[in-house]
Write a protein that binds this ligand. Structure first.
Ligand code: NVA
Length: 314
């Protein structure tokens, strides 16, 4: 039984195995859909509880539809029903109750400490479906998308434009595992916290040579294979919206910035996108953007993570 709370929980071999399982499940699903039959029920009869303290589109659909395709069942628990983590009842009791009914739990939470406590107290695997510190299921889908586009993850150069948020932080750890050259263009005052550097250095002692922070988006993209951005205002930071809009103006992926990248480079965005803020319509709707492939791959990646956590042979 394994949980996935941080990309730092994975070895490189684990991450490669997740990518392999995701590719197999994607192929199996497409073949089954084309033949008009049900895909293989790798998690037949299993139940999943999904806890959402924050809104969700891609994560919710990926877990719920994914679990159905794998032969299992999912139940969604919103904060409106069960309260914020630890408020209506202790996280310990929530974890112990859910563990009596389901075989696996996913939680999208405000506080990373909350999802860590849930994993400690549950007797079934727990998957972090986004916290204020990391977004690990996203990053497995991102690397699957990059692998499909490039055919290999070797020698990858990745550029991040914007806020050093949960997505950026999980990417820092993944790039440490895969020796990706990762350059983040971040305005002063928004650099990643020391805690994530510690996770990166544990994943790979050379992390600080692989990852660099710059202030100029142009510098970050000049030799990148992949450009990546995300919202300037993550869920839970809404009261900082005006301040952040000012700080991040200029940290946008647009045609002028993409023109500074190599001609083979493509763009990722984990979505929801804020058109006209961190990314323009022309990029998101253009043919060098792979954000919708990335969104599709969330489901294949999440199915792979559930199978891996539960030890299903794929
Ligand atoms: N950084 C964003 C990711 C949304 C999927 C947030 O936390 O709101």
């Amino acid at each position: 039984m394994r949980s996935l709370i941080s990309i730092g929980d994975l070895s490189r071999a684990d991450a490669e195995e997740l990518l392999r399982i995701a590719s197999v499940l994607k192929k199996e699903l497409n073949e089954a859909l084309a033949a008009g039959r049900r895909p293989k029920a790798h998690l037949d009869g299993k139940s999943l509880a999904m806890i959402f303290e924050k809104p969700s589109l891609r994560t919710r659909c990926s877990f719920e539809i994914g679990m159905f395709q794998l032969g299992g069942h999912a139940v969604s628990l919103q904060a409106a029903e069960i309260g914020r983590l630890g408020q209506r009842e202790s996280i310990r009791d929530l974890a112990r109750n859910l563990s009596r009914w389901v075989q696996i739990i996913q939680a999208r939470v405000f506080s990373h400490a909350g999802v860590l406590e849930l994993a400690r107290e549950a007797s079934v695997p727990v998957i972090n479906g986004l916290s204020d510190f990391e977004h690990p299921t996203q990053i497995i889908a991102d690397y699957l998308t990059i692998l499909e586009a490039r055919g290999s993850l070797d020698g990858l150069r990745l550029a991040w434009i914007g806020d050093s948020n949960n997505v950026a932080q999980s990417l820092m750890v993944m790039s440490s595992l895969f020796e990706t050259k990762f350059t983040l263009a971040i305005p002063e005052g928004y650099d990643p916290p020391q805690e994530i550097w510690a996770v990166c250095e544990k994943a790979n002692p050379k992390a600080r040579d692989l990852i660099s922070i710059v202030r100029s988006p142009k510098e970050a993209v000049k030799d990148a294979d992949v450009l990546y951005t995300d919202t300037w205002v993550s869920m839970g930071q809404e009261e900082e919206t005006e301040k952040r809009r000012k700080a991040f103006a200029g940290f946008q992926i647009n045609d002028a910035l993409l023109a500074c990248a190599p001609s083979h480079a493509f763009v990722l965005h984990d979505m929801p996108a804020h058109r006209g803020e961190e990314i323009t319509d022309s990029i998101l709707d253009g043919d060098r953007c792979r954000a919708y492939e990335q969104a599709e791959n969330r489901m294949h990646a999440i199915k792979a993570i559930m199978c891996w956590c539960l030890g299903a042979k794929v």
